[in-house]
Design a binder for this molecule. Structure first.
Ligand code: AMP
Length: 283
């Protein structure tokens, strides 16, 4: 596996591959890799000839400086995991390499970003769209892999690809979980042992909400039930729970038949912010 640290080196390598007719897969990450990331890399290795994994803790997508400072950074350990998973090249740029000058361009995704993560993390999706656009331009992948765990991010990137005519296929990969249901996340490393024991309550609440959808409870009744359920865990502070249309991401007030619904939440647990979601279909 090669390690590329400059934009020019990534561009040169991927251009060579393109000329040779190799199909390029890209897996953008912020590192501190876990099995969820590695499954994305393995899928990319199966479906593409070469796989680029980027590891970049992108400062422009952090609205909370403390979260940025404390974000786990483990490049050496990450590099050891990536080769065996099928990564061909690891792109590991510095902040100065990605942002030689401050960016001025701003993205506005309209109603897609006025809800959930976009509403609670001002500027977050502007940073995501900026860095993802840069990576797409530098790497020009045939396929780009993203996790459904960041459900709204997938919707934003889909819109980005469409609006800016990026010539690539977006792959949305299912959420990989720990045995007790907790969605894998780099931030899980920051949980205390006590908080780690409580954290699966988030997924249990989502499973409960899914049951309530199947039992034809109203969206508002489900919102109340989830707030009550998680309210019983004193160490969990629910930031939001939303019953959203999976396409538009807008809050749902009544069911339509055969509608795909995303049940999404964000919560703080001992100073660590976690998100999760499940997707469910109405009958
Ligand atoms: P991150 O390093 O958290 O920015 O994540 C990099 C990519 O991996 C994103 O597309 C995430 O959605 C995806 N990802 C993170 N955690 C998981 C997971 N538990 N299951 C599947 N994909 C994930």
């Amino acid at each position: 596996m090669q390690i590329l640290q400059t934009a020019a080196a990534l561009q040169a390598q991927t251009e060579t591959w393109r000329r040779e007719g190799q199909r390029i897969g890209l897996v953008p990450t912020m590192g501190a890799l876990h099995e969820g990331h590695l499954q994305l890399v393995r899928a990319a290795a199966q479906e593409c000839d070469v796989v680029v994994v980027s590891i970049f803790v992108n400062p422009t997508q952090f609205n909370n400086p403390e979260d940025y400072r404390l974000y786990p950074r483990l490049p050496e350990a990450d590099a050891e995991l990536l080769g065996p998973a099928g990564c061909t090249a690891l792109f590991l740029p510095s902040v100065e390499e990605m942002y030689p000058r401050p960016t001025v361009l701003h993205f506005d995704f309209g109603s897609l970003e006025r809800v959930m993560e976009g509403a609670h993390r001002p500027g977050h999706f502007n940073g995501v769209a900026t860095v993802v656009s840069k990576l797409f331009h530098l790497c020009r992948p045939h396929r780009a892999y993203f996790g459904q765990k960041d459900f709204q991010q997938v919707a934003i990137v889909r819109q980005l690809v469409q609006d800016l005519s990026f010539d690539l296929e977006l792959v949305a990969f299912p959420t990989i979980r720990e045995a007790d249901g907790l969605a894998m996340s780099s931030r899980n490393r920051r949980l205390t042992p006590e908080a780690r024991l409580v954290a699966p309550a988030l997924y249990r609440a989502l499973q409960q909400a899914e049951q309530l959808v199947h039992q034809h409870n109203t969206p508002d009744a489900i919102r109340i039930a989830v707030a009550e359920l998680l309210g019983q865990e004193p160490s969990i502070t629910l930031e939001y729970f939303e019953v959203a249309d999976a396409e538009t991401l807008q809050p749902v007030s009544e069911w339509k038949p055969n509608q795909t619904i995303a049940l999404c939440l964000a919560a703080q647990l001992g100073g660590v912010r976690l998100i999760d979601n499940v997707v469910v279909k109405t009958v």
